[in-house]
Unconditional design. Structure first.
Length: 178
């Protein structure tokens, strides 16, 4: 994994949907840690919101990281219909996508398949995904692994990107994840 060609994609972590998720407290903590860490590492972060009128905005804990340039709206369960998003990925040379969000078995699943089919290397951040039912989350995890999506954890990814304790952001990342 290379810091220069990696992006984080946060799928549908919205007010009305988030509070129905299983293990939402831990999910929220992990998402904030991952987003903060990617910001420190200068990894581009893209947010998606599904049917904003029905599900609300991205949760308040993540709002400080959302801007008009990195926020995309969708009605489709997948990110597939957002060509502006794909143009931005191509423009900055993204090859690897770290994907997280909700719900694992619907929007995260379909988006990961779309991105995988478009040739990106996809890492599913298992401690940063959820569904209303854990069974659905587990099935999505298994199916995505069969499709060639790499199962990972937030710390696993961050340390793989930094590669060494001599990385310029190592101490700052430690302060976020501890």
């Amino acid at each position: 994994m290379n810091q220069k060609d990696t992006a984080l994609v946060v799928i549908d972590v919205q007010e009305k949907l988030f509070y129905a998720m299983s293990e939402k407290e831990k999910l929220g903590e992990n998402l904030v840690k991952m987003v903060k860490s990617c910001r420190i590492l200068d990894i581009p972060i893209f947010f998606f919101e599904q049917n904003k009128q029905g599900l609300g905005s991205t949760i308040s804990e993540l709002q400080p990281f959302v801007s008009q340039e990195n926020l995309f709206h969708k009605k489709s369960f997948s990110v597939k219909e957002n060509e502006l998003f794909f143009s931005k990925l191509d423009l900055i040379g993204i090859k690897t996508i770290l994907i997280c969000g909700i719900e694992s078995h619907i929007c995260v699943f379909q988006s990961a398949i779309t991105l995988n089919n478009r040739g990106y290397e996809i890492h599913l951040i298992l401690d940063c995904i959820s569904s209303r039912r854990l069974t659905d989350r587990n099935i999505a995890e298994s199916r995505l692994a069969l499709e060639g999506v790499y199962p990972s954890s937030s710390e696993m990814i961050l340390f793989e990107i930094m590669k060494t304790c001599e990385h310029k952001s190592f101490k700052q990342i430690l302060s976020v994840i501890k």
